[in-house]
Design a protein around this ligand. Structure first.
Ligand code: PLP
Length: 399
């Protein structure tokens, strides 16, 4: 048997992937599964972006690039921050990587020593915890409350800071809840961080463009520009431009931090894919109408899903401000019995029960918050409608 590294002992393949694989196998076996597990837009990458990649290939841009990406690529990222966020960065304060996931990995690998603490508000994107552990850190989960819109309160932040705290993670709009911080809420957190200059903030803004009802998400640096020495902005093209497979994420932050992250990158992937970098230049600087079209579609699907869920006895769900997830409570269903006499004792049991009704969702426990389930509404309206009818009928059979 393979002797695995100790550092692998606390991490594993994401449970979401396992659930999805199970649903895919059931579909292959002939079941009409509707899979609402994946965090991936169901749109194709816009044609102008694909074309930019083809042109890069034709021009022969097929070699290694500078570690953090070509100057043109980093210039496009600088342009994005200047025009969309009103933030000015030098090219040396910007780097690209193979997805936002690698950006986060680089940041943790470059800064964490064994036992260093990282504050992660729950519910959280599962990978945060695994990446922190992989890099020797200790994730300190802070449960947020539905009554607070699943946002971290200043008192909670203050209570959890210790001399070992190196980072606070913020993700707004959030996976899995779709909640987002207001400028006022960010301002209050900033006041505490200002008094704790050793605590850095990793602001994961990957869902920045996917926001509804006219809401424009802001990051903490836009609200508190004086925290510049403490904030690493993380973003990418996966979600806004339907480019998950191109694997491009990027970061902007203090030069010393970017330099350290580049050292990690130099010994892991060398640089992000040259062709994907060229595609990203077009995504960030070309026409933005595809983003608006996607957000419009997501917005209608959000209403469909949230209204249907809230009409079911035993389920309730906040209306997300952004991202493409609904995070619904199934706490009132816990303790009820299925027609076969089995008790639904947890959100995982509820997930398995829905799976038997041909709908795959992800239990809240995967995100550090039991009693909930997450639906990704990055699926066709037709599939969502069918899935909602199945969930409704499944719940009606519980007694
Ligand atoms: N951050 C959050 C909150 C996410 O949900 C995801 C993807 O699911 C990522 C980061 C990673 O995105 P990528 O590595 O594709 O850029």
């Amino acid at each position: 048997e393979l002797k695995k590294a100790d550092r692998l002992s606390h991490i594993g393949v994401s449970e979401i992937l396992t659930i999805t694989q199970r649903a895919v196998a059931m579909r292959a076996a002939g079941r009409p599964m509707i899979i609402l597990g994946a965090g991936e837009p169901d749109f194709d990458t816009p044609d102008n972006i694909k074309e930019a990649a083809c042109q890069a290939i034709a021009r022969g841009e097929t070699g290694y690039t500078a570690l953090g990406g070509t100057p043109r690529f980093r210039e496009a990222i600088r342009h994005k921050y200047q025009h969309e966020n009103g933030l000015t960065f030098d090219l040396a304060e910007i780097m690209g990587a193979t997805g936002a996931k690698q950006v986060i990995y680089n940041a943790m690998a470059a800064t964490l020593d064994e036992g260093d603490e990282v504050l992660v508000p729950a519910p959280y994107w599962t990978s945060y915890i695994d990446i922190i552990r992989f890099c020797g850190g200790v994730p300190v989960c802070i449960p947020t409350q539905e009554e607070n819109g699943f946002c971290l309160t200043p008192a909670q932040l203050e209570r959890h800071i210790t001399p070992r705290t190196r980072w606070l993670f913020l993700n707004s709009p959030s996976n899995p809840t779709g909640s987002a911080y207001t400028e006022a809420a960010l301002g209050e957190l900033a006041a505490i961080l200002r008094r704790n200059p050793a605590v850095n903030v990793l602001s994961d803004d990957i869902y920045e463009h996917i926001a509804y009802d006219g809401f424009v998400p802001r990051n903490i640096l836009q609200v508190a520009p004086d925290l510049r020495g403490q904030v690493l902005l993380v973003n990418g093209v996966s979600k806004a431009y339907a480019m998950t497979g191109w694997r491009i994420g990027f970061a902007a932050g203090p030069r010393a931090m970017i330099d350290a992250m580049l050292v990690v990158q130099s010994q892991t992937t060398s640089c992000p894919c040259s062709i994907s970098q060229a595609a990203t230049v077009e995504a960030l600087t070309g026409p933005q109408d595809s983003v608006r079209t996607c957000v419009q579609a997501f917005s209608q699907r959000r209403d469909l899903v949230v209204d249907s869920l809230n009409a079911i006895d035993g389920i309730h769900c906040l209306r997300p401000k952004g991202a493409f997830y609904a995070f619904a409570s199934c706490r009132d269903l816990i303790g009820r019995r299925t027609p076969h006499g089995q008790v639904i004792a947890s959100d995982s049991d509820f997930m398995a029960y829905l799976m038997a009704h041909d709908v795959a969702v992800v239990p809240g426990s995967c995100f550090g918050t039991e009693g909930y389930f997450r639906i990704s509404y990055a699926a066709s309206a037709e599939n969502l409608q069918t899935a909602m009818a199945r969930i409704q009928s499944a719940c009606a059979q519980l007694a």
